[in-house]
Write a protein that binds this ligand. Structure first.
Ligand code: PHE
Length: 403
């Protein structure tokens, strides 16, 4: 059995100061320096060690090579130059200077850079190494590279973009508005008068401590994207055609089909002579573009304070094709009716135009239609997901299925 004892490098005394001996000694010094700096490089970047241990190792390395009194660079002078025969002194001096001029700055730079890394938390180092292998000296270049995982659109965003895209092709622009809204925009200007019972249907989350303000200025989390109808009409004169994607909130406890935070896409078209026929034609076209040309649409009378007349739009269930059955089982998404409700809509109530009359929306001159759909619900149906909460929990295993 052979035992190898590895002795740490020390600067040797030179015997004959011949050219060959000097060359070998310098090469040996440089090899030791290179080996040890690769080793320290690895350790400083090792997330299995604590920052304190990594900093301590780096400090020892620095003292060993660069230390003022006992550093190995210093030993070159003490051991090689001082003992050199007088006729070799000049040459040895030049040689040592050359080593110092090339290797010393590199090592100082390395220590400085690695000091920053040594201080990082292990987690930070781990995340660094996924993208950028900092231990360049020890890379096995035959290994496949560390791939940065490519992100994917969240299924809700994907659905939202798809719906918005259908309307953009029809000439609609995109508008957005604040999630924290005033009572005025969320209710009053949409024809929900103060204390009107229709407000109760919205399960509003109010911002606390607003009691001292006039009611219309009080802040709340918008319960629908409809306030952006008013905000846009205040800014843009008719004709307009816009879609408004966005987040809304309601005081609904989370379950498989409800969430206190969800997404809507609003639509608004205002022009001269817009009729209910335009509303039906536009939405029928959009539903076919989204769910396939065989989908049928069906409008049922409904009520919203800001549209008159109002309707709910149903499409034939794209799970069971309208039969209400899946084989011999009842179709659950449409509750066996063969129809699925997808949005609320209607002709803009003239009372709403009264709030923006001064910007060209004279209810005697213009008319329009509006609609609002639940993006998340559509995504659920589209992807056959049975629990709304999955969309909001951020579980990568779920989200990867849509990548
Ligand atoms: N804002 C309504 C809701 O959230 C939907 C809607 C929008 C209805 C536009 C009619 C017109 O329920």
């Amino acid at each position: 059995m052979s035992v190898q004892i590895i002795v740490a490098y020390t600067v040797p005394k030179l015997a004959d100061y011949s050219e060959r001996e000097l060359d070998e000694a310098v090469a040996h010094f440089r090899l030791a320096l290179k080996t040890e700096s690769s080793e320290i490089d690895l350790k400083v970047c090792d997330p299995a060690l604590t920052p304190a241990v990594r900093q301590d190792l780096l400090r020892k390395f620095r003292d060993r090579w660069l230390g003022r009194k006992s550093g190995l660079f210093g030993h070159l002078n003490d051991l090689w130059l001082k003992n050199a025969p007088p006729d070799r002194k000049k040459h040895v001096g030049q040689l040592i200077n050359e080593v110092k001029q090339t290797d010393l700055p590199q090592i100082e730079q390395l220590v400085k850079e690695r000091d920053l890394i040594a201080r990082q938390s292990s987690d930070a180092i781990r995340s660094l190494q996924v993208f950028d292998d900092v231990t360049t000296e020890s890379v096995d270049i035959t290994l496949p590279g560390a791939r940065r995982p490519i992100g994917a659109e969240h299924p809700i965003l994907k659905t939202s973009r798809e719906i918005v895209g259908v309307f953009q092709k029809l000439g609609y622009s995109v508008a957005e508005g604040p999630v924290v809204e005033t009572d005025y925009y969320n209710f009053e200007a949409l024809n929900f008068p103060p204390n009107h019972p229709a407000r109760d249907t919205q399960d509003t989350l109010f911002i606390a401590g607003q009691g001292a303000k006039p009611q219309r200025e009080r802040l709340l989390l918008r319960t629908h994207t409809s306030p952006v109808q008013i905000r846009t009409m205040e800014k843009m004169r008719p004709p307009i055609r816009i879609v408004i994607p966005g987040v809304v909130h309601r005081n609904d406890p989370p379950d498989a089909s409800h969430s206190p935070m969800f997404n809507q896409i609003e639509g608004l078209a205002v022009d001269t002579n817009i009729t209910f026929g335009d509303l039906k034609g536009t939405l029928d076209y959009a539903m076919k573009a989204l769910f396939g040309s065989s989908v049928k649409t069906h409008f049922r009378p409904s009520f919203f304070p800001f549209t008159e007349p109002s309707a709910e739009l149903y499409v034939t269930c794209f799970i069971c094709g309208g039969s209400g059955k899946r084989g011999s089982d009842p179709c659950r998404p449409c509750k066996q009716t063969g129809w699925i409700e997808v949005l609320g809509c209607g002709m803009v109530d003239p009372n709403v135009f009264e709030f923006v009359k001064d910007n060209g929306y004279d209810p005697k001159r213009v008319s329009g239609f509006a609609f609002g759909m639940g993006t998340d619900r559509l995504a659920l149906l589209k992807y056959g997901v049975d629990d709304l909460q999955l969309f909001f929990q951020g579980d990568v295993r779920f989200l990867e299925m849509f990548g």
